[in-house]
Ligand binder design. Structure first.
Ligand code: C2E
Ligand code: MG
Ligand code: MG
Length: 401
């Protein structure tokens, strides 16, 4: 993978002149900029040459690989400023991909309203970071055996002053695209540690999981930031779990290994999120100092209807256990799924069946209600908790705009 990227960046570079710039935006996304007064047709011609050059087949370990290259182009003249330029080029890229791929597309004003929406969202997100529009909700994870509380996952929430709640699935990619994810990630880490400190003061020891994005993983000072946040709030490192998606962990594996080793040395636990949606190499999975693996909710959702999904989940649990990892199933919504997962030996369960993500005050109520009704059977506990969930839904998990 790494060689592939190097190879392609070499080819990109061969098409550039001195003041031009080249950067890698994502696994397979590059940004090229040129300081020249191109008109749309000149830009098109240049993109055509770039595309042709990149689409030449290349040999890797004796295997001939061919790529399809889509290019989105934006001109500063149409974009006002740098964020606008970036958003416009991405918009043109989306259109090039929608057109079937292997084509290039120059942005034209008014091409897609999405562009404006992205620019506005990043501007509003900057304000949200400075103000009090962000909060964390906490979703419990339960031990499959006995359904005791194993910990909570912190999930970021943004209440926009006009638009109301915005889904992290919408604003995290924008934060990544516009370079805000570092600040956002730091906010989450600090807020989670502050909450753990407050719980500690109440005599409540809770393991908290925080999600890290692929971009955070590449921050050179991530390990230090995590260590500092823990120290600042007096939190024992083993109480913090960092969730990293499988695709983020497996992208640039050598870099991931280094960061993971650094984080493990600090003493925090590492968890592989959304497992099954990326492409893991077993040999690397074995080398990662992770402690936990979370089966993606798409498999959990299909458990009752698909034998394949059941076979996959069973295989994943066996493999994880063989590697010494504990397994969490995310997105458990039905008693049937829960029963199957427990039969298959899954270690922890998380999902709407038990509890939705809740604000801190609601979590406290939820915990109290559980304490008040101990010793009930698993099905009753599940049913009781599902009933409590509706309240949480109204108050804290209103439908996302
Ligand atoms: P994730 O880490 O895989 O989180 C699980 C998502 O599934 C959450 O969505 C949660 O609300 C939802 N969920 C939980 N149980 C169920 C269920 O039973 N059924 C269904 N249908 N959904 C369930 P949410 O909160 O919208 O977050 C989406 C994604 O955004 C997260 O996926 C995570 O990748 C990202 N995210 C959230 N907070 C943060 C954060 O603080 N930092 C970063 N980098 N990413 C975050
Ligand atoms: Mg997660
Ligand atoms: Mg997940």
């Amino acid at each position: 993978e790494f060689r592939r990227v190097l190879f392609r960046s070499d080819r990109l570079q061969s098409q550039m002149r001195q003041p031009d710039g080249l950067g890698r935006a994502d696994t397979d996304e590059f940004i090229v900029w040129a300081q020249a007064s191109f008109d749309a047709s000149q830009a098109n011609a240049w993109a055509g040459r770039l595309g042709q050059c990149l689409q030449q087949p290349c040999l890797i370990n004796g295997v001939e690989l061919r790529f399809t290259v889509s290019i989105g182009i934006a001109r500063l003249a149409d974009s006002l400023d740098a964020p606008g330029l970036l958003a416009h080029s991405l918009d043109a890229l989306v259109i090039a991909r929608r057109a079937g791929g292997g084509v290039h597309c120059v942005y034209e004003p008014g091409m897609d309203r999405q562009v404006q929406a992205q620019i506005e969202m990043q501007r509003d997100l900057r304000q949200a970071l400075a103000g009090d529009e962000l909060s964390l909700h906490y979703q419990p994870k339960l031990h499959a055996d006995g359904l005791g509380l194993a910990g909570v996952e912190a999930l970021l929430r943004w209440r926009h002053p006009v638009r109301g709640p915005v889904s992290p699935a919408d604003f995290i990619p924008v934060a990544e695209r516009f370079g805000l994810i570092g600040e956002l990630g730091q906010w989450v880490l600090d807020a989670a540690c502050r909450q753990m400190q407050a719980w500690q003061a109440q005599g409540l020891t809770l393991a908290v999981a925080v999600n890290l994005s692929a971009h955070q993983l590449r921050q050179p000072d991530l390990v230090q930031r995590v260590a500092d946040a823990l120290a600042r709030h007096g939190i024992p490192p083993q109480q913090l779990i960092l969730e990293i998606t499988e695709s983020a962990a497996m992208d640039d594996i050598d870099a991931s290994l280094k960061v993971f080793d650094g984080l493990a040395a600090v003493g925090v636990k590492l968890s592989i999120d959304d497992f099954g949606t990326g492409y893991s190499s077993l040999s690397y999975l074995r080398r990662l100092p992770a402690r936990q693996l979370k089966i993606d909710r798409s498999f959990v959702g299909d458990l009752e209807s698909s034998r394949d999904a059941q076979a996959i989940v069973e295989a994943v649990i066996r493999m994880a256990h063989a590697l010494g990892l504990s397994v969490v199933a995310e997105g458990v919504e039905t008693v049937g799924q829960s029963d199957t997962l427990r039969q298959l030996g899954c270690d922890e369960l998380q999902g709407y069946l038990f509890a939705k993500p809740m604000a801190e005050a609601q979590l406290a109520t939820w915990l109290q209600a559980r304490e008040a009704a101990p010793g009930s059977g698993a099905a009753e506990v599940a049913a009781g908790m599902a009933a409590g969930v509706d309240g949480a839904k109204q108050a804290s998990e209103a439908p996302l705009a």
